[in-house]
Write a protein that binds this ligand. Structure first.
Ligand code: C5P
Length: 336
């Protein structure tokens, strides 16, 4: 038996601009991704039985930078109902299976995947895309396929619009469906931005948010086509970055979930520099001055909104490194 490990980051969108739908029904985007240090961890193992099996464990991410994720049994159980063939990690492995067969023979391609999720499900933070990104990296390593980052990105783009951003990590500017990327500046910027994240009890459907966006006629006529046109430097210190946060989908998401405005207002009252809905929501991301302030905002949410619309809160930083192989899984994956 052989095995490989990989991890991949989630994301928030610092800027998300959207035009009206194109002929294929999809909305053209111009977006700045900041990957964050909530990561999915994946183990890929060979198995004799053909096909691909998957087991997924869902964890609540930590509320403090020193904390560790905690297994969420209810969320793990509900994700177990997802048909295997719809799991993005499985679809990613499947996309590479023809290459495995070519290189190692048709009987070699049996795979067992284990996914440890710390990015909340259906939260607008690219959890599914990060699963795909981690699976691509792990399977590429496991079967010594030798695919380059650009080749993995090309495969990833067909699996989900956010997969290339999760593979690449750092900050990136995405056009098209958000999958055609231009990287920003520094190679290793560290993680200078601190975020408090509020997760809603109920997910928001991306098509429903885009439908509301169309109904409200919110599509921008002209979108920036390069990072330069956008006029924002994602590496700005949080105080300045806060002025540039923008999400064209927010108005539609807030129309569907008015209570999210209260969550944002609560963050500002607790000292957030700014807040936004992440992607198509419903996660609220509040930008903080530093780690301690992010914890203060998370604590404020728990106190003020207890019994309200929130399923949980977390603190994280960004940007994070892209999908990469790991030597092993983190200790907390063995604890429960
Ligand atoms: O990318 P994903 O498959 O999650 O998108 C789900 C749906 O959201 C699409 O079928 C489409 O209706 C809508 N969508 C869109 N424009 C985008 C992304 C998603 O209209 N850029």
């Amino acid at each position: 038996m052989r095995e490989s490990f990989a991890s991949a980051p989630g994301k928030v969108n610092l800027v998300l601009r959207s035009g009206p739908p194109a002929a294929d029904g999809y909305h053209p985007l111009a977006t700045v991704f900041e990957t964050v240090n909530l990561r999915e961890y994946l183990r890929a193992r060979t198995r004799k039985r053909p096909g691909i099996g998957v087991e997924t464990r869902v964890y609540d991410p930590p509320v403090s930078p020193a904390g560790t994720p905690k297994l969420n049994e209810a969320a793990t159980e509900s994700l177990a109902a997802l048909p295997t063939e719809r799991h993005l990690a499985v679809r990613a492995a499947k996309a590479l299976q023809p290459l495995i067969s070519q290189k190692w023979g048709p009987s070699a391609a049996g795979l067992q995947l284990t996914v440890h999720k710390t990015i909340p499900v259906a939260a607008g933070m690219a959890g599914g895309s990060a699963d795909a990104a981690a699976a691509l990296v792990a399977v590429n390593d496991l079967w010594e396929l030798g695919l380059s980052p650009a080749q993995l990105e090309a495969v990833g783009r067909n699996l989900g619009a956010d997969v290339p951003a999760c593979l690449r990590g750092g900050w990136s500017f995405g056009t098209g469906r958000g999958d055609h990327l231009e990287s920003f500046g520094e190679e290793n910027p560290g993680s200078p931005h601190w975020w408090a994240l509020a997760f809603a009890e109920e997910g928001l459907s991306t098509p429903a948010v885009f439908a509301k966006f169309d109904e409200m006629n919110l599509g921008a006529q002209a979108l920036p086509t390069t990072a330069g046109h956008l006029g924002i430097d994602p590496a700005l210190p949080a105080e300045q970055l806060a002025e540039h946060l923008r999400n064209d989908l927010a108005e539609a998401a807030l129309r569907l979930r008015p209570e999210l405005a209260e969550v944002g207002g609560c963050a500002l009252a607790c000292g957030a520099l700014g807040w936004m809905v992440s992607g198509s929501g419903p996660t609220v991301a509040a930008l903080a001055k530093n780690a301690a302030e992010a914890e203060r905002i998370a604590a404020g949410w728990m106190e003020t909104l207890e019994g309200g619309p929130l399923a949980g809160v977390a603190v994280t930083s960004g940007p994070s490194v892209g999908a990469k192989t790991e030597i092993s899984l983190p200790d907390w994956t063995n604890r429960s």
